[in-house]
Design a protein around this ligand. Structure first.
Ligand SMILES: [Zn+2]
Length: 312
């Protein structure tokens, strides 16, 4: 498969301090879907960058039709600072879509990505969720047909597929302005893959992510199938927040199954008193735990994948 490096400028920065979108285009020469894969929209999520390197290294053997565009590190300025937000602007790029070509750096990057997406049929955006297991996160879909096609495509990753929390909560968190949600709004199949890692390039997590992406890329031609898949989103994201500040003493780990009311850990005072017991509000799969133990009131402590009883 032919591939070439490309650079999309969003403006001129100091020499050597590029803020461009830099990536790789792979073309098979055969008909098929045009797929866009992005990493490190959040600059400290570098396991996603590693995952896309390994996708690039393994791609030749996997995809037989269409094209693949890879951007391993979207938010270069934030990645150099190893921080989530665009430096100086302190803006979360993944809450900024569709952006503006005339705006700040976050807006320019968002707008450049949206323009690039117009030339693609589907999007995989790779992130990391800290102390977590790898999983696929799906946004809210405007129609059941697109939801079924994306759920079936996501299942080919062989990772757990988890639907977003209810719209009232996800919109409150600005997730309706995320990169993948914007793609879905434009009617394009799109998923977010979450990998382990936080500031660190987690090699095992990155290879797991690369495998999941390669699985999805090689099964993407099915996205064009006229057959209506029966797939549905069976699991939903549910977050557990601290009602009490202190030091979070986690007793469980990502990947554990928990029953309703089962203890996940304690919040202790820094002197050691047990101030609160953290329990699971629902039965589910523990997919993420807060990696920063010092917590304030309202801080997210854990994320569960719970069965969606409202699912069709
Ligand atoms: Zn992220």
């Amino acid at each position: 498969m032919r591939h070439e490096k490309f650079e999309i400028e969003v403006g001129k920065d100091d020499p050597g301090q590029s803020t461009s979108l830099i990536g790789w285009r792979f073309r098979t020469g055969a008909p098929g879907p045009r797929l866009l894969v992005t990493g490190a929209v959040h600059g400290d999520e570098v396991t996603s960058t590693g995952a896309l390197w390994y996708v690039a290294e393994g791609l030749a053997d996997w995809v037989t039709g269409g094209s693949v565009t890879l951007i391993p590190c979207v938010n270069q300025l934030a990645a150099r600072a190893s921080q989530r937000l665009v430096p100086h602007e302190n803006i979360d790029l993944n809450r900024r879509f569709p952006g503006s070509a005339e705006g700040g750096l976050a807006d320019r990057l968002a707008a450049a990505l949206v323009r690039l997406l117009a030339k693609h049929d589907a999007l995989i955006d790779v992130h990391t969720a800290g102390w977590s297991v790898p999983f696929v996160l799906l946004d809210h879909f405007p129609d059941a047909g697109l939801e079924a096609r994306v759920a079936a495509w996501a299942a080919t990753s062989s990772l757990p597929v988890i639907g977003e929390m209810p719209p009232a909560l996800s919109d409150l968190a600005g997730l309706d302005r995320s990169w993948s949600a914007w793609a879905v709004r434009l009617g394009k199949p799109a998923v977010t893959i979450e990998l382990p890692g936080f500031h660190t390039l987690d090699l095992v997590g990155a290879y797991a992510g690369a495998n999941a992406v390669l699985n999805m890329l090689s099964s993407a031609p099915g996205l064009r199938s006229r057959a209506r898949p029966k797939a549905r989103i069976a699991l939903r994201r549910h977050t557990v927040h601290a009602g009490q500040g202190g030091l979070f003493e986690a007793e469980r780990k990502p990947g554990d199954r928990v029953r309703r009311g089962e203890r996940i850990g304690y919040i202790r005072s820094f002197a050691g008193e047990k101030l609160a017991t953290v329990t699971s509000p629902k039965p589910g799969l523990l997919i993420e735990l807060q990696p920063i133990s010092a917590v304030h009131v309202g801080r997210r402590l854990a994320t569960l994948a719970v069965e969606d009883r409202s699912a069709r």
